[in-house]
Unconditional design. Sequence first.
Length: 1025
Amino acid sequence: MKLPEICIKHPVFASVLSIAIVLFGLLSFQKLSIQYFPEHKTPSATVTAAINGASAEFMSRNVADKLITAATGLDSVKTMTTDCQEGTCNLKIIFEDDINDVEYTSLMNNLRSSVEAIGDFPPSMTDKPTVTDDSSDTSMPSNIIMFVNTGKMSKQDMYDYISQQVVPQFKHIQGVGGIWGPYGGSEKAVRVWLQPDRMMALNMSASDVVGTLSSYNATFTAGTIKGQVRDFSINPVNQVTSVDDVRDLVVRVDDGKIIRVGDIAEVKMGEESLTPSILRVDDNLAMSIQVLPLKSENPVTVANKVKKQIDVIQPQLPEGIEMKMVYNQANFIKAAIDEGFMTLVEAIVLVSAVVVLFLGSFRVASIPIITIPVCVIGVFAVMHLLGFSINVLTILAIILAIGLVVDDAIVVAENCYRHIEEGETPFNAAIKGCREIVFPVIAMTLTLAVVYLPIGLMAGLTADLFRQFAFTLAAAVIISGFVALTLSPMMSAYLMKPVSTPAKWYQKVDAKLNVLSDLYTKELGKWFDRKALMSGIALVLIALSALAVWKMPQVLLPTEDTGFVEVTSTPPTGVGRQYHLDNNAQLNNVFKGDSSVEANLSYIEGIPTNHVLLKPWGERDQSADELVNEFIAKAQSSVSAYGMSFKVRSADNLNIATNMILQLTTVNRDTTVLSETASEVVKALEDYEGVTNIKNSMLRDQLRYDLSIDRNAIVLSGVDYGNVTNALSTFLGSVKAADLQADDGYTYPIQVQVNRSDLGDFKVLDKLYVDSQSGQRLPLSQFVSIKQVTSESNFKTFMGKDSAEITADLMPGYTASDVKAYIDDTVPSLLKPAQSYEFNGVVKDLVDSTAGAQVLFVLALIFIFLILAAQFESFVDPMIILLTVPLCIVGAILTLSVFGQSLNIYSKIGLLTLVGLVTKHGILLVEFANEKRKSGASAKEAAISSARSRLRPILMTSLTMILGSLPLALADGPGSLGRINIGLVLVGGLTAGTFFSLFLVPVAYVGMANLKQMDILTRLRTKPA
């Protein structure tokens, strides 16, 4: 290859190449967005159907079955579930990760067509099911803005002000995908509370009231008057614009007596929800909104825009209203990225120190050190070209690249310097040294880059997370290889000087290294006769590593401390809202007075939920996990009204499940037996300490009234069946009769319902009437009978089969792999015939991730072997080089085990990276040994000579990689768990890999010398022409 020689002879050309790389990198850096993790898309769809008042069982049998049939013919379905509750049914389909946008669009069109083709839905379904594309660009909420009312504004006025005047100002910010909330109240509605006694006295029915409100609400256009001179448009003016107007509407006139809505109902402005959400912050009533940035936007930039908008809105707030951003996820993301860049600086300093120490000259050391900024900055151009972002994984890749990018330049500089020591001029030494080193540099560069090639062929969560890390690291290494063959030879030729008396400190270092070389050569010579012992030691270490993996906890991702703890409460079965109002203080006392808590947002919306916001990292001594353990201990001793589960919110925005989901299914539709099995499984899980907050979807925990309508009585009485069902819906439920276009410019729904105080006794049906065809008014109680029963609150299916879904949260200290092992050991014996179980949630994600990582690992080994075989023209040399891979993995696994770490995405990325790193040593040793064999040396002589001559560059490159990874292993602060994990893998693996490379590769080279003679490729290559 002539490129190094060209650059040596044309130094300006060589300099321009590197300057261009830096310029492109700097320009690209400004365009890169910031994320916490790379984006991961899950192609999915949801079909939603609704029938007002229908039971969960009715929805399952009459709606879900038809939706499942319609979706059964779709391709690439990964999971398909239905969830039917009272009045609603949702079909959720998750497609395979490897489908492209065109295939996804086609699948969505097919799904819509299949659903629209269903023609036998129940007649009571007024609206067709809707099919929703779930591939939204909106991420999870990243900012929580809190409003506290310390003034005289009413709760309803505060809610209206926030929803009508504050929320729109945030929605219009570029990068904001949506707003959740306000929480802590409800929309306004005109409430028409029917009074049964008055209606009975005046002989009024529900249809009279609803009909009156609907008719007054009708809108129309009057057209235009065409005149001879000019035209006039007619604008109908709505006369009903206030609650008083609604109250004064005439329902009927009896013998000259006017009956108005206000005569038979209490009409007032109220809340649309009968159970509006409540939010308390430190015992004060409050409200909050949550801001959702777009996935494609930079969350840090969006958060800054939100902050600026808060500053704009703050002076406009009514007196007594305080506004504050109490949680900003962008702070964690920015802090994690900043910590990554600090680690990057530390790695640069350590690596530079090692290079100077080994080369003994700042002038010589500058040759490999200059490659660091060129490669680090240049890789930003590749990231921008590939559509990557600055995230924790790409930052990790750049940090690890610090120890790698100098390797090739070190090899070049060290080899050129060796020739200067032998008497060559720097110019000739550079040309001669580069000629010798071109092949190893290309081999080492391609070997590390090809490790990640299979990732480009895969899809799914594992591949999406690996890809940006892998391709960023590979790009940095490829750039370093290019720099090592262009800039480094040129600098070697013009910066190196003939050997002079080195500095005294370096003479001492050099003497120690020479002593080490002598000891190493002497010790290595002994191991050529101990091949069996070396094999035994290797096998024992591999066995220990396998045992460590078996006992090591496995998780998908470590839980980083985002400072946000979500607390979910589980109340006793059947309790109502008043129970929560009476007992919510027990929950809040768990967090009250804790110096590490910034704010406790206590919600009551269905069931109580707490968002516990912790103080920033530097203002508290304990991690989120440690605080959660304290909260659990307090809750167990002081909270008797609820069960509680705690979870630290993740910052990854990957929609990864955090709880265990177990799907028990049956193929024979015997849900009674399935319910019994589910109860037995729940009992088994309750006996296991690793899970909490266990829930069973088939639990018969819903108290309800079965309302039976006597159709024969209706027919015989001459009453229309629809009038009966409409009256029941109005009286017992709530009917939106119309909209009030109020004079304040907003529109409010008009809700008609019997006063809640009258629904405590079903004898009210004696006072509620329907009209017969003869004009007679008959009480509803004549056609309706009511019976109290218990039933399942929802019905589920999984992959078209009836399912009992059991969910549970993991306790601190337990992992998804622990839970999976317990379930696999316990549940099979509890299953009845025709029943089976499947994992979903965090366990399924872990299984899929593990399978994906294993495939990547095997493919990486195959690709490396093939590349090395092609480069060395031999099948034996790659086998020798790859022998150290299992042992470097042993070192990584044992290091993780000693430090109590888990096996997760980060450690798997580190293990995959090790495969490429440790082969670099083997390539150097085998290539130089082969050169010695060509000169007539025996296999043993060649191996010893290669090992001695390559010891110093191997130690130097190993130390640069190890010290480049050391700041990761010692990391602290936001996002540190992942950095520590991958840092330990690399430090432990590289240490073990270097040691075994120096002994195992030379011994294997000699041991496999005879096998190499039989290598058909070697024989063909050396066969005389």
